[in-house]
Each structure stands twice: as structure tokens, then as C-alpha cells.
Ligand binder design. Sequence first.
Ligand SMILES: [Zn+2]
Length: 212
Amino acid sequence: MTEVITLYDGYSVMTGKDRMSANCSCTLVKGVNNIVVDTMTAWDSQKIISALDRNNVKPENINYVVSTHGHSDHIGNNNLFLMAKHIVGFSVSFQDEYHMHPFDKGEDFKIDENVKVIPTPGHTLSDVTVIVTSKPSGTIAIAGDLFERFEDIENPNIWLEAGSEDPVQQMKNRSKVADLADWIIPGHGPKFQVTEQIKQTLQKQVGPETPS
Ligand SMILES: [Zn+2]
């Protein structure tokens, strides 16, 4: 059985005209492989170690680390996990060995029969999303900043203002991920359930001319 456990909910709040306070959602996938998705800022190592400990997992038991993209609040503690393969955006490595995977050609990276990493560029040009199939809860997309938080479905300015290197691709990938997931864990907010209405709203934002 594959379990998806939220270690920390991400957040982002403006604290002044040109300041914000933000950290990412940090997720543990427990199953055939133990996977940590997004490792917060460099100042959060103790928080991550104790959250893993509460779930009876040690850093050396982690087989994969996935950073959905290379921003500082998503990679801060990757070096806690030295037994793990590291996937940072489109880059796959272990120690100094790099495995060339054609994410840029749209190809998924299969971790095991319940978990895959799919390319979802937009927020950066090399963002990825982790797709987990788990028996009781269905399909869960750990999406990083493809979705900032639930509220950005109705108000696209939230994800656009959070920074998007390719808004058109991001819009398409938001709709694509919503179509294949029952739940989404966004980069900076709590997990939310995908409804028919959410799927339709996102499809409308993409527009009718786009083939699915
Ligand atoms: Zn972020």
C-alpha cells in the first residue's frame, strides 16, 4: 500500500510591499519506495527530521527525493537524503551520476507501479508533478507550484503573481493534472479535492481551441 502523508502544509503571505513569508508543502510518500517531495528551506532540517521520525522513517530510509522545481524553498534539505536518488525538476541524479531522462519530450519517469513523475512546466520550464495512486484515496498529484493554493483556481492572479515562466503551458498543465487527479497538494497551501467544477473551470481557462 502506498500512503501519502503531508509533513507540512505550505504557505505564502505578503508581509510588506516587497516582502513575503513562504515555505513549501513537504510530503512523504510511503510505499514500495519512500519518497520526500519538496524539502523546504535550508533552515528546516530539524523540522523535517522530526516529522519523518513521527512517521517511523529515517532520512537514510528515503529512496527518492523529488524537488518539483529548483527554487530555494523546495530544495533546502535535499542533502539530508544521501541514500536517495534526487530528481530536481527535469534533472535525475545520484551522487555525481546523471541519468538523462527525456522529461522535455513529455516522457514520464516511473518510480514504481504506484508512483510516477510527470513533466508539468510553467512555473519554471522544468517543473514536475508526482502522481501517486493509493487505494483508499485515489490519485493524488503532488504538484509543487503548478498550483499555488486552492484559491488560485478561481483567481489565476495568485499563481501568475507567484511567478510563471510560461503561463500558457502552466494553464494547460494545471488542467491536465486536475483531469487525472482526485486530490491535489499545491506548493503553498493545504491539499484539496478535485471536483468536476474545478476541472471545468480550468478547462475554460485554457480555452476551446486546445486539443486535450
Ligand atoms: Zn514555491
